[in-house]
Design a binder for this molecule. Structure first.
Ligand code: ADP
Ligand code: MG
Length: 264
């Protein structure tokens, strides 16, 4: 018997065939390292299964460059589906593969919804244990469309240590809570920098993140240090998880992957 039609938009969620766990990587602000964390986290998750990485940052897709796949195009297979690219051992899809890097995308809600549909229904993801989704900053149409269309296993929220970033991260947390998505926890990125003697240098003023997490009973998944190798890795298309996998930064991101495996 068909289910009773309801007005609840979350009743429209349909799983992506073959995809076990969807992990959303979100933030309030841009520039806090969401794409950097999403990319390296997806690579770290290879230790626990097959992985896909979807760049859903329609307004500023970074994954093609970060994964060394700039100017590459996905192909269409015989089933008329888009084949994601394979880079560094994971499957990758980005709106950036379909438009050139310098072009702006000016889309309204319905077009964004359509693009998200295509990412989920027209891409041949195959069998994946994890699909990591890099979201745009904020709580707009892309986030809404994601939580309405597919079951999200957990959200990972990225923030820098200071309140200016945390204030907006709280809004992202609120959105996921209100839409019934489990918050795996918060990543404090660019938490500190290690000096040559191993001393922690605080780059940003430390805000009230720890007391906030405690009050909300949320987990801090990891504190990822700042290191220019991280940004150089993103620029060169060889993320640190591939080139410096024993570095303090890569190890801090591996901790997120390990906790996700336990939590979701
Ligand atoms: N842990 C880190 N160490 C050094 N640079 C970082 C780190 N995390 C992010 N960055 C740099 O900060 C900038 C913003 O990161 P990005 O991942 O593009 O943020 P977002 O996706 O949130 O806008 C980039 O230049 C990136 O290389
Ligand atoms: Mg980004």
């Amino acid at each position: 018997m068909a289910a009773n039609p309801t007005n609840n938009p979350f009743d429209q969620q349909v799983a992506i065939p073959g995809v076990k766990k969807i992990i959303a990587v979100a933030s309030g602000k841009g520039g806090v390292g969401k794409s950097t964390i999403a990319t390296n986290l997806a690579l770290a998750l290879k230790d626990y299964g097959t992985v896909g990485l979807l760049d859903a940052d329609i307004y500023g897709p970074s994954i093609p460059r970060m994964m060394g796949a700039l100017n590459q195009k996905p192909t269409i297979n015989s089933g008329n589906q888009i084949e994601p690219l394979s880079r560094h051992g994971i499957k990758v899809m980005s709106i950036g593969f379909l438009v050139d890097e310098a072009s702006a995308i000016v889309w309204r809600g319905p077009m964004l919804f359509k693009a998200m549909d295509q990412f989920f229904r027209d891409v041949q993801w195959g069998e994946l244990d994890y699909l990591v989704i890099d979201l745009p900053p904020g709580t707009g149409d892309v986030q809404l469309s994601l939580v309405q269309k597919v079951p999200v296993a957990a959200a990972v929220i990225v923030t820098t240590p200071q309140n200016i970033s945390l204030i907006d991260a709280k809004k992202a947390i609120d959105m996921f809570e209100r839409t019934g998505v489990k918050i795996a926890g918060v990543v404090e990125n660019m938490s500190y920098m290690l000096s040559e003697s191993g001393e922690k240098i605080q780059l940003f003023p430390k805000g009230e993140i720890d007391s906030y997490l405690k009050s909300k009973n949320l987990l801090k998944l990891s504190e990822v240090p700042f290191n220019t190798n991280v940004s150089l890795g993103s620029e060169s298309g060889i993320p640190i998880m591939e080139s410096y996998s024993d570095s303090a930064e890569a190890v801090a991101i591996k901790v997120i992957a390990k906790k996700l495996r336990e939590l979701v």
